[in-house]
Design a protein around this ligand. Structure first.
Ligand SMILES: *Cc1c(COP(=O)(O)O)cnc(C)c1O
Length: 411
């Protein structure tokens, strides 16, 4: 028998979304008459159709594949230049941020990228991860063998957790100790928190002073409507020397089922080898990508590129405004019954404190049983998520309006 990667055995079995699915299925089986009325605001998947420009571009791209003259086989591993140019121009340069097309690596999504990035880093780095957070950062570090065992509260030995609490408005404080790799995610999943320029600058200054690298997940960047909130870590001077940025078309363009994202690695960004020599991080990622990936599909990249046309920008804005409208309704419904809420302004998630005395899984069960609404228990995102739950604004307007009525009935 072959030996397995034993680090996988440290992973907790009751992963968040399967556990939610199990509880909802059990409830639905026990109450078949109620099952059709359950509204799911739990998983962060989008619900609305893709912008029409993306649909049209992908239809044309399929037709391209039907003729020898326009057929596309293997594409560039880093992504087609026309897509990388569009990203650099519209998402960065037009906003006064310096990013070149050859610093962009197109992929099949940010989940893979945030996990795969660990391939190019050593296993002896100290790693800081916000708590609560998108579970992928922790679990991929467990799989890579970068942690010890799990503790009773679900945290892992060997990681530096950065608590996100009401006291710091869910923006983690700079740690007292040195760390090498720091994950940050703004607008945040699950809390909906955003970081100000000053807060991001503190992190960039810390990373520069400590020779650390920031792994900045900007999957929800397009939801920022507040002019004062930076859309990219590279808005902060010095970030090009210390940050990798991850982005995705999943939430902004409705691409969760289409699959496309990208990583930005500035040329200046350096890591260190065992002998202490500087090594270009971008060259390692390029090597990794060329070996393990053959690029996102031509059809999908055509769809993504269409989002950067003037029409595409308008349609994307409308889609995001729709979800932000949902978020505003959910936020005010929660507030009207006296719940404490965060997020839901520059983000599609509303982070809610459970009423006194309720832990997050018990309150999840109460909402499911009494008003047939599925939320996400905060404890599933980390130990500091206990006592909170997340409501997703990714839903139809009519479902959101019904959820608001039911929340008012609940309390
Ligand atoms: C949804 C999400 C992603 C995007 O994942 P894709 O693989 O691109 O669909 C990345 N990071 C966070 C925090 C997310 O919530």
């Amino acid at each position: 028998m072959a030996n397995i990667n034993h680090h996988f055995l440290k992973l907790q079995s009751g992963y968040l979304f399967p556990e939610i699915g199990r509880r909802v299925a059990a409830f639905a089986a026990a109450h078949p008459e109620k099952a059709p009325h359950i509204i799911r605001c739990g998983i962060g998947d989008v619900t609305e159709p893709l912008p029409q420009v993306a649909i049209d571009a992908m239809h044309r791209a399929v037709d391209d594949q039907s003729r020898r003259e326009t057929f596309h086989g293997y594409g560039p591993e880093q992504g087609y230049a026309w897509l990388r140019e569009a990203i650099a121009e519209v998402s960065y340069r037009q906003r006064g941020i310096e990013v070149e097309a050859d610093e962009i690596f197109v992929s099949d999504g940010a989940k893979c990228d945030t996990g795969n990035i660990l391939d190019i880093f050593a296993h002896n780095n100290s790693i800081a991860i916000p708590d609560p957070v998108y579970p992928v950062y922790v679990d991929t570090n467990v799989m890579a063998g970068n942690t010890g065992c799990v503790r009773p509260d679900g945290s892992y030995e060997g990681l530096v957790y950065l608590p996100c609490t009401p006291e710091n408005d869910f923006v983690p404080r700079i740690p007292a100790q040195h760390t090498d790799l720091i994950y940050l995610c703004f607008p945040n999943n699950p809390t909906g928190a955003v970081a100000t320029y000053e807060q991001l600058k503190e992190w960039v200054d810390y990373a520069l002073a400590n020779d650390s690298i920031l792994l900045y997940d900007g999957a929800y960047e397009a939801f920022i409507t507040d002019e004062g909130i930076p859309s990219s870590i590279y808005a902060v001077p010095g970030a090009r020397q210390c940050a990798i940025e991850f982005r995705s078309f999943s939430k902004q363009g409705g691409f969760t089922g289409v699959r496309c994202g990208y990583v930005v690695i500035p040329k200046e960004l350096m890591g260190r080898d065992a002998a202490g020599n500087q090594v270009s991080v971008s060259s390692l990622w390029k090597r990794r990508t060329g070996t393990k990936f053959n690029g996102a599909s031509y059809i999908v990249q055509r769809g993504a590129a269409a989002l950067f046309t003037a029409e595409g920008q308008e349609q994307t804005r409308a889609l995001i405004d729709y979800y932000l409208g949902n978020a505003a309704l959910l936020r005010s419904a929660c507030m009207s019954v006296g719940l404490r809420v965060w997020g839901g302004v520059n983000a599609p998630y509303i982070w809610v404190q459970t009423p006194a005395g309720w832990n997050s899984w018990d309150f999840f069960d109460k909402m499911l049983r009494e008003v047939l609404v599925v939320v996400t228990p905060g404890a599933g995102f980390g130990a500091h998520g206990e006592g909170f739950f997340r409501i997703s604004a990714f839903n139809s307007r009519s479902n959101v309006e019904e959820v608001c009525r039911r929340i008012k009935r609940l309390l």
